[in-house]
Design a protein around this ligand. Structure first.
Ligand SMILES: Cc1cc2nc3c(=O)[nH]c(=O)nc-3n(C[C@H](O)[C@H](O)[C@H](O)COP(=O)(O)OP(=O)(O)OC[C@H]3O[C@@H](n4cnc5c(N)ncnc54)[C@H](O)[C@@H]3O)c2cc1C
Ligand code: SF4
Length: 340
């Protein structure tokens, strides 16, 4: 599919109108900036008959960030997040992650909701229709085999690559969701259900890689928010093939608190490696003492255990895992040493 297929665009003016439109058009997709969705439509990966453009909904366009909390509407653009003084001052990791997504034009169009709900990626999936047809497609679309792991039974390992999610995960962010059945709030971590487990049925809390978001039919994200933790220092770093405009090979968000010479709190999250963004578990055991070789070796071990990195990109999986560990270690050391 090289030309865009026909579709209708609906432009609601309020949150209630979005909910009504979602209920009325079961196969619709939400349109943020379209910087990923429209590419996938052009490639014939998805063909929604209706796009619901949420950019004209004032309730989804607000952004608040101060010393106590951050709240960003789903239709706020990445450029707006990166340039917001309150975000840069109190949630630096979020501003840095937003400011390093794709290129400037994408950031002017791309939205927070679209970034958090970004489709997962794979070298066998993000290709033209004829390329995928020549390879008999794959499990994530209409094929029967996963080309990355041919013995996988019904499981897709495509990689989540959104940069904002790890930055928000280090603050234990929550998301607000709306849909025809009402509204609810979910820990952001629970939005991502791409666990890639075999032989387990798909449920609302466990996906199979093809289903990687815990959104029920008709639901969409309205906002993301988090409380601040006093004294937390944070930053984001990523490696990409083309530095000016590219998805992360791996991206890492770190937030830590230093109390004198003691590492008092450590939070690390990754993107670009697993079928979901990963908030590293086990970092609390590394806290309580100086940032020494034991802590850095412990961090490396956690990364080795929890970063999966299958061969879904042009870079080998083991390379991505090593880069993830190196980036995390460097960022932790830099944040610990920086004068505050
Ligand atoms: C060359 C290039 C480089 C890129 N580099 C990066 C990168 O470095 N890092 C990165 O993270 N991304 C990257 N992207 C992907 C994309 O530009 C960004 O992720 C962007 O933030 C997506 O937001 P959007 O609003 O354009 O999403 P859209 O394309 O509009 O939507 C993406 C998906 O989210 C769904 N969606 C949108 N809003 C909502 C909502 N409120 N609730 C539920 N579902 C919703 C859509 O239906 C669609 O399935 C790149 C893209 C390109 C083309
Ligand atoms: S991981 Fe396997 S099933 Fe998923 S997109 Fe790649 S080839 Fe397809």
């Amino acid at each position: 599919m090289d030309a865009l297929p026909p579709f209708d665009v609906v432009r609601p003016r309020s949150l209630d109108e979005v909910i009504v439109a979602r209920a009325a058009h079961g196969e619709s997709r939400l349109l943020g900036g379209g910087t990923d969705l429209v590419v996938n439509i052009r490639r014939g990966i998805v063909a929604p008959p209706v796009l619901i453009d949420i950019n004209g909904v004032p309730e989804l366009r607000t952004i608040k960030a101060d010393a106590s909390a951050i709240e960003i509407g789903a239709a706020v653009t990445l450029a707006e997040v990166a340039a917001h003084p309150g975000v840069a001052r109190h949630y630096l990791v979020v501003a840095e992650a937003a400011g390093h997504i794709a290129g400037p034009t994408h950031r002017n169009m791309g939205t927070v909701g679209g970034n958090l709900c970004l489709d997962t990626r794979c070298i066998y999936y993000n290709q033209s229709e004829w390329w995928r047809a020549a390879n008999r497609h794959c499990l994530k679309t209409t094929g029967t085999v996963c080309h990355v792991a041919p013995k996988s039974r019904s499981v897709c390992f495509a990689t989540f690559s959104g940069d904002l999610a790890p930055a928000l995960l280090v603050f234990d962010a929550e998301i607000d969701i709306a849909g025809p059945a009402g509204r609810r709030t979910l820990p952001l971590a629970d939005l991502y259900i791409g666990y890639a487990r075999q032989d387990e049925p798909v449920t609302q809390t466990r996906g199979d890689g093809k289903y990687f978001l815990a959104l029920r039919p008709g639901e969409f994200v309205t906002a993301v928010r988090a409380k601040n933790t006093p004294g937390l220092r944070s930053a984001y770093d990523k490696i990409r093939i083309r530095r000016s405009i590219e998805y992360p090979v791996t991206g890492v968000a770190v937030a830590l608190r230093r109390d004198g010479d003691t590492l008092a709190d450590l939070r690390v999250a990754f993107t670009g490696t697993n079928p979901r963004p990963v908030r590293l578990s086990g970092t609390a055991a590394l806290c309580g003492g100086p940032l020494d070789a034991r802590v850095l070796a412990g961090l490396d071990a956690l990364v080795r255990d929890q970063i999966m990195a299958m061969k879904t990109t042009f870079t080998p999986g083991h390379y991505r895992r090593r880069v993830a560990g190196v980036l995390a270690r460097r960022l932790v050391q830099r944040l610990f040493e920086v004068a505050y």
